[in-house]
Every structure is written in C-alpha cells, then in structure tokens.
Ligand binder design. Structure first.
Ligand code: ZN
Length: 113
C-alpha cells in the first residue's frame, strides 16, 4: 500500500471517531508504524497536510512511533532485532526467520478537544 491511501484511511478512522465523540477538533494522532511497512514518516506527514484541511484533523499533530523489526529464528527460536536487513541469526547463524514485530500500522490513540 502507498502512503497516500494509508493516510486517507487514518483520516477516515480518526475523523469518524472524533465525530462520534462529539469533538470539535483532533489535537494529536498517535500512530504506530513498523519498520517493515516501508512507510516513511515524512510522506505520511505530507499526505496528512494535503488531506486533513477541512476535516476535524486539520492542524492536528501527527505523533509517529516507529516499531523496530524483530525476527524469531526458525532453527533455534532466538529472537533478535533486524538491523540493516541482516537476517542472519546472531545465535546460530541460520538465515531467515519469522517476523514477530515490525509490520504494525495502526492508530494507537487520538486526543481531541
Ligand atoms: Zn538461530
């Protein structure tokens, strides 16, 4: 997915929530973005600035929390952080594993007025 469509999704979700809560406007949107999503903070911000005017999200601060990628080795079950896309297990040198963290993309919370 592209940042444009995911940013549009975020806006739809938070605007709907804020509206249902009877909020005047949204002040902060807390996002969680996994490293493996490939989404770039600046791009999300760019599309947010483009799409939010005229909605309850206009002027809200985007707070993005990046979540590092974590891998579980299939050979020895060691869990390690993926750095520089190096998939070699530091424990047993096996290559590859299962992603246990890093694909997250969600709205953690919003703050409204
Ligand atoms: Zn291993």
């Amino acid at each position: 997915m592209h940042e444009l469509s995911i940013t549009q999704n975020i806006l739809n979700i938070v605007n709907e929530h804020a509206q249902r809560a009877g909020a005047q406007r949204i002040t902060i949107i807390n996002l969680v973005v996994g490293e493996l999503t490939g989404f770039i903070d600046d791009s999300i911000q760019f599309y947010f600035d483009m799409l939010s005017p005229g909605t309850l999200s206009e002027g809200a601060k985007l707070a993005i929390r990046r979540v590092p990628a974590r891998i579980r080795c299939r050979a020895c079950s060691e869990e390690f952080e993926l750095r520089d896309f190096n998939w070699v297990c530091p424990q047993c040198s096996a290559i590859g594993g299962d992603v246990i963290q890093g694909r997250e993309f969600l709205v953690e919370s919003i703050e409204v007025e």
